[in-house]
Design a protein. Structure first.
Length: 102
């Protein structure tokens, strides 16, 4: 999936400024290649999940909230900030767990 996301970013180097329908069809193809079911349900993926995966990967890679919000096409940096806080909280929790359990 990482390869397909990288290809999407290569095609759209200035951000994901594509229509909702265009995004749906592109992610549908990526999810299908990955062998992930596409219809609704808790055990199945939906195209918007790939967008969240991309944002998470960018945040984990060190992109700041302003850059993340711009790149993903969000009107407010608060959404990008939310991804950054989640990544930071996860890293902090994992560090604490390692310290506790050795």
């Amino acid at each position: 999936m990482r390869k397909d996301i990288a290809e999407l970013l290569r095609v759209k180097p200035y951000g994901l400024d594509i229509s909702r329908v265009g995004f749906y069809y592109r992610t549908k193809t990526i999810l299908s290649r990955a062998g992930i079911k596409l219809k609704g349900g808790y055990s199945e993926a939906f195209p918007h999940a790939l967008r969240a995966t991309c944002a998470t990967m960018l945040a984990t890679g060190g992109m700041n909230a302003v850059g993340l919000s711009y790149f993903m096409g969000w009107a407010s940096i608060s959404i990008g900030d939310r991804y950054i806080r989640l990544i930071t909280a996860k890293e902090f929790a994992l560090k604490q767990a390692r310290e506790i359990f050795g």
